[in-house]
Write a protein that binds this ligand. Sequence first.
Ligand SMILES: [Zn+2]
Ligand SMILES: [Zn+2]
Length: 214
Amino acid sequence: MTLPTLIRRQPLRRTAFKRNTKPLARLELSLTEAKPKGVRVRKCSNCGTSFQQQRMGQQVCGPACAQSFARRIGEQQERKADRERKQQLKTRSEHLADAQAAFNAYIRARDAHLPCISCGRYHTGAYDAGHYRSVGAQPALRFHEDNTHRQCVPCNQHKSGNAVEYRLGLIARIGAERVAFLELEHPPAKYTIEDAQRIKAEYRAKLKQLKETA
Ligand SMILES: [Zn+2]
Ligand SMILES: [Zn+2]
């Protein structure tokens, strides 16, 4: 083989080095465009800073964040498992208390714009969801919306429900006929765990819907 064929006759042409004058954001964009589909600039799921993904589905900016993110997910899963274990150990009365809390929260939100059912004050302190017929006396009305209204804590807790005034406020609000129904003797009610869970879910959903339309 003769050497001359490998020797270039002409000197190599060099192009002058050009500094990239594009602003950074523009550069980032062109990098994104050059990457395969699905790889992009996104926010780190752990620290929240923007980074350029190196592969599809990359959630964190680097190894340090990967570690803390994994730990956080692990802790979340543990807490969830804990909650589930506790749910399984709950007694019927604990489920009933949960259902009552969800129902009461809905009642307080439903009546948020109304004064106390019994004293008629726009009290600025805390409110309860007060039962007209008590849970002990008429369990069948425990989750009855006509039987439960937002009531100021002084009336509910310090005046044993302020029943006489409650009755007057109730007649004004729902009418004598519906109050008469509440005053009947109702057959005793027995709630199963499933009933309690259903009621809790129902009133959580109702509260959510109320907040969304408010
Ligand atoms: Zn990060
Ligand atoms: Zn009151």
